[in-house]
Design a protein around this ligand. Sequence first.
Ligand code: 21W
Length: 225
Amino acid sequence: MKFYILTLFPEMIEAGMNHSIIKRALEEGIIEIETVNIRDFSKDKHKRVDDYPYGGGAGMVMQPQPIYDAYMSIKDRLSENCPVIYMSPQGKIFDQKKAEGLSCLEDMVLLCGHYEGIDERIIEEIVTEEISIGNFVLTGGELPAMAVIDAVSRLIPGVLNKEESHMNESFSDDLLEYPQYTRPPEFMGRRVPDILLSGHHGNIEKWRKEQSLKRTKIKRPELLK
Ligand code: 21W
């Protein structure tokens, strides 16, 4: 899978994706990330990419031309129905189901805005969908793009190793995870539940199921409805 990221801050993406499991997947060539610096396509002598909003108001708006030219610079290499996803507070909220859908694709373009957003004509002309990562305000689309890359990549075969993919996950069956413990058996006077030390795998599995259900009821009851 190849991710193309249109951004004013390619170093942010490169730094963020250079660790742990995603770093390994990049090194193994299972995923590929190509950042395109929108500023490289500015025709302004001061390399400006933003301007004042028509009609007035606070903040700056990213101009359409540098974004359009950045997109055109990769267009020839995109798959036929490659989505162009604008990371936007106005998008549909990202979830595990959406990650699963995206994980079947060959490639995708993630467009990251900054300042107060981008010129609306770019959304009309090149964007195929908008995705938000939640109802809170960030300063740009780079962190959301990285969240999408991370969530999608770990679903691609070969990205997680055997142990990692055995991780019983929150959200895959709409239940939260059971509590986990490692050594030592006692910490700050708190004991690991005896059942986990019993070696009785049947009982342990039953206990974990009960814990998952109990926790979901208490912490995230909306997941059960
Ligand atoms: C925040 C851009 C606020 C624009 C008209 C007049 C991408 C994001 C972002 C940002 C505004 C995501 C306006 C969750 C997020 C993102 C930066 C407001 C003001 N419009 N998911 N004034 N939260 N945020 N525009 O913030 O780019 S996905």
